[in-house]
Design a protein around this ligand. Structure first.
Ligand SMILES: [Zn+2]
Length: 156
């Protein structure tokens, strides 16, 4: 016990000192955890971005196989069920749906390029999602840094 100061005051001072240390540890941890998460997400974002710009060819649209009757009365399909196989690509352009027949030799190419586009769009959504989380974390980080800075002056 310090001479001349009542024990209760000492205890209050001591606990407020301990509390100060504890709060700075907590602030530091919050700051660090959001910083670590920001760095981690940024790495993820950069990895996905590299994958996105690696796509060299793609096409929006859906590959479809349809069976249609040709309408000629002398054709085999006229009375039978089903019809001739048509391979098509359908996509939307300026709000309008477009459909084109695919030449036999382009079937694999079209399938590959439409798949590329789906992957591309998926990665784009992932980037957008990551950026949303990053933005939240940056806000969290800012709050922690501001709090810590304010604690350096009594009037703040
Ligand atoms: Zn026919």
């Amino acid at each position: 016990m310090i001479k001349g100061i009542p024990a209760t005051v000492n205890l209050v001072r001591l606990s407020s000192f301990v509390l100060d240390i504890l709060t700075s540890i907590i602030y530091y941890k919050v700051k660090m955890s959001s910083l670590d998460r920001i760095k981690k997400l940024e790495k993820q974002r950069s990895r996905i971005l590299k994958q996105i710009i690696a796509f060299r060819s793609m096409l929006p649209g859906a590959y479809k196989e349809v069976y249609c009757k040709c309408g000629k009365p002398n054709c085999w399909c006229y009375k039978k069920g089903g019809g001739h196989l048509f391979r098509r690509i359908t996509w939307s352009e300026n709000g309008r749906s477009k459909t084109k027949a695919i030449p036999e030799e382009d079937i694999d190419w079209i399938k590959e390029l439409t798949e590329n586009y789906r992957e591309f769009q998926k990665k784009r959504r992932q980037i957008k999602e990551l950026e949303g989380i990053l933005n939240e974390l940056i806000g969290e980080y800012a709050k922690a840094v501001i709090k810590k800075s304010r604690r350096q002056r009594d009037y703040l």
